[in-house]
Design a protein around this ligand. Structure first.
Ligand code: NDP
Length: 486
């Protein structure tokens, strides 16, 4: 292994690496080969306690600093991440299997964007002055919540660690972050870099573990807020556990998003949109537009161009910059995707391209295109979280809007059309948190990101995230004698 993937220790607590070998061993596997590239230990109750205690103590000092000082540290961390983008991208590729052609532009860089953006906002977070009758007034204080818990999925380990950490820290909170057990390595680097940038010890801690460790964090009375990126079933459990103690939550959950292509769309652009909506990160993206509704007039042309362009995908060594499709992140996820492909064929969808597992070590599957998919098929209803694109036919706008919204999910949605009025009418009608016109799957830090319906609660990124990591205290100031009825 040309790159040392074994971390110094499993956890990062109170400003340093910490080990406790009493915790269960978690093997970290490079999905491209199936090799074990590192081992970490799940957090024991003692480790969970130590991380929360450290975050609790650190909160007082961190919240008392000025926003400008906190922001300076976050922006310094962003600079360090950018300087180390190459090494961080290699680690991200080992952790997830995503090709370097993606990780060098979408992971540490996206994390750095979040640290820079929220670092810039930190000094500008203020309350309000509200004048009242008789000279009285109210002022509001925007205050931190306290200790925040972040729990991540395995598809974007660096990005998720930063998208949660940056706004939390900008507002004066501290964080205990638990990565997915599938990808435990990258968040440790984020913690290391924050300390190097000047974050006081205990401000950002990382502990490893499975769902049980996440669950013990969520129920701890020292925790004020939980931000989860994960599936809807996990989201429901975590939301319920947090609600029992009235904790704040952000839930970034799964989706089954529609992407509608009208007859008048620029076909190459629409095919590009559908590729980005289904095959980036080997289809392991929550906002993917996996139900591609194509109007009947261009259906065959769309399918033939899509199949041709899928033939140009380069499936291979993720470390090679020419590679555009890597493996699935885990054997378990590969098996889930294979199961859905079999179900698609069994239920009568037409397999146009792909669908087969590659005969080599690691967790490889071909990008897959199904046509003639109908709304009732399993592959059109359930989140697959893999490179499986389903094309569904439609004739009229009214019909397709009803069908596009006929799902419990509501994360994202997109439309390709040359008709300006129709584009805005369609997005206004989407029951989804994040919508696209003539593009798909972009998530700049300046824009709110999150889901409607079962896909989530709250928003990440943008100024919106500040509302989810802080609360407003109202202070009524009387300029007059206090009166009472008796
Ligand atoms: P899971 O829901 O299985 O797990 C998410 C995280 O929650 C993991 O760290 C997991 O730990 C942890 N966890 C599991 N059970 C509990 C529990 N009871 N209490 C606290 N924590 C728990 O999701 P995946 O990791 O499989 O990720 C894929 C899912 O994430 C997809 O549905 C995808 O759509 C969604 N996602 C959403 C995004 C968004 O922004 N909306 C972005 C990316 C992904 P462990 O894995 O160690 O068991």
């Amino acid at each position: 292994m040309p790159y040392d993937t074994q971390p110094i220790a499993s956890h990062f607590i109170d400003g340093e690496y910490v080990e406790d070998t009493a915790g269960d061993v978690i093997e970290v596997i490079y999905p491209a080969t199936g090799e074990v590239i590192a081992k970490v230990h799940a957090a024991t109750p003692a480790i969970v306690d130590r991380a929360l205690a450290s975050a609790k103590v650190a909160h007082a000092e961190w919240a008392a600093m000025s926003g400008t000082e906190r922001g300076r540290i976050l922006r310094r961390a962003a600079d360090i991440m950018r300087e180390r983008n190459h090494d961080l991208s290699i680690l991200e590729t080992y952790d997830t299997g995503k090709p370097m052609s993606e990780t060098t532009i979408a992971d540490a860089t996206s994390g750095a964007d979040a640290l820079e953006y929220f670092g810039g906002l930190a000094g500008a977070l203020t309350g309000e002055h509200i004048p009242l009758a008789g000279g009285d007034f109210v002022y509001t204080r925007r205050e931190s919540l306290g200790v925040c818990v972040g729990i991540g999925a395995w598809n974007y380990p660096t990005q998720i660690a930063c998208w949660k950490g940056a706004p939390a820290l900008a507002c004066g909170n501290t964080m205990v972050f638990k990565p997915s057990e599938v990808t435990p390595l990258c968040a440790l680097k984020v913690a290391e870099i924050l300390v190097e940038a000047g974050a006081p010890k205990g401000v950002y801690n990382v502990i490893q573990g499975m769902g049980a460790v996440g669950a013990s964090l969520v129920t701890d009375p020292r925790v004020a807020k939980v931000s989860l990126t994960g599936s809807v079933p996990t989201g429901k459990k975590v939301y319920a556990a947090a609600a029992a103690e009235m904790k704040h939550v952000t839930m970034e959950l799964g989706g089954k998003s529609p992407l509608i292509v009208f007859d008048d769309a620029d076909i190459e652009s629409a095919v590009s949109g559908a590729i980005n909506a289904n095959f980036y990160s080997t289809g392991q993206v929550c906002s993917n537009g996996t139900r591609v509704f194509v109007q009947k007039g261009i259906k065959e042309k769309f399918l033939s161009r899509m199949a041709e362009r899928m033939g140009d995908a380069v499936i291979g060594d993720p470390m090679d910059m020419e590679t555009t499709i890597g493996p699935m992140a885990s054997d378990r996820q590969l098996q889930i995707v294979e199961g859905y492909i079999a179900k698609g064929i069994e239920e009568g969808a037409r397999l146009v391209k792909g669908g087969k597992r590659l005969d080599k070590d690691g967790y490889w599957i071909e990008p897959t295109l199904f046509a003639d998919v109908t709304d009732d098929m399993t592959i059109a209803r359930e989140e697959i979280f893999g490179p499986v694109l389903s094309v569904l036919d439609f004739e009229t706008e009214g019909d397709v809007m009803t069908r596009a919204n006929a799902t419990d999910f509501g994360l994202a949605a997109g439309v390709f059309t040359a008709d300006l009025t129709r584009a805005h009418r369609v997005v206004a009608g989407f029951e989804a948190g994040t919508c696209y016109i003539n593009t798909y799957n972009l998530a700049p830090v300046e824009a709110p990101f999150g889901g409607s319906k079962a896909s989530g609660v709250g928003r990440e990124n943008s100024k919106e995230a500040i509302n989810h990591y802080s609360e407003v205290k109202t202070v009524y100031v009387s300029m007059n004698p206090c009166e009472a009825p008796f």
